[in-house]
Write a protein that binds this ligand. Structure first.
Ligand SMILES: [Fe+2]
Length: 180
């Protein structure tokens, strides 16, 4: 699997390090929350598989998959990643597929493993060493919903172009946001 990932990521060292770091973080959190470690690792390794593809190729695959290309192009890689895992890698596990698809936007119906992936994407510290990552790493062992809520709150405040799933997820989890 690593060879396919390397190839898709165009052998980009930082992207590969990020994927390995996210997989490590997924396992750390899965162990803590008694979730399937193996599945968590797979999700982490594969989540950005489409990120190395040029945008015209991502757009082509979005259309092929029947996904709406009017969503921000920064989100495409998550949808295309799911499509590649489903069609090329023949992954059938819906939790892995949907975890990848929603790892950037979030979604109101995430399972604990999908939440783990969303958190791990920001807490890996091989490539990302940001204040937000430290904060989430600290929080991540004290509740998945609280940590997801914190990340969503940060996304909303950052004034990103928000996907409707992000807004729906925020509405669901905002009760877990602890004001500082
Ligand atoms: Fe990522």
């Amino acid at each position: 699997m690593l060879e396919i990932i390397k190839d898709k990521l165009r052998n980009n060292k930082l992207r590969l390090e990020h994927s390995l770091g996210v997989a490590e973080e997924c396992v750390r959190l899965a162990k803590h929350y008694n979730l399937d470690n193996k599945k968590a690792e797979t999700m982490g390794l594969l989540h950005d598989i489409a990120k190395g593809l040029p945008f015209d190729e991502q757009e082509r695959l979005m259309i092929e998959a029947g996904y709406d290309t009017s969503i921000s192009h920064k989100i495409w890689h998550a949808y295309v990643g799911e499509y590649i895992c489903r069609t090329e890698l023949k992954i059938t596990d819906e939790e892995i597929l949907n975890g990848i698809k929603y790892h950037t936007t979030c979604h109101p119906d995430l399972t604990p493993l999908m939440k783990v992936l969303m958190i791990a994407d920001m807490t890996e510290n091989r490539v990302r060493d940001e204040e937000m990552g430290h904060k989430l790493r600290e929080m991540s062992l004290n509740g998945l919903n609280e940590t997801i809520a914190y990340k969503l709150n940060w996304m909303i405040k950052r004034d990103f172009e928000l996907h409707p799933d992000t807004v729906r997820a925020y509405n669901k989890y905002k009760g877990y946001v602890k004001e500082e």
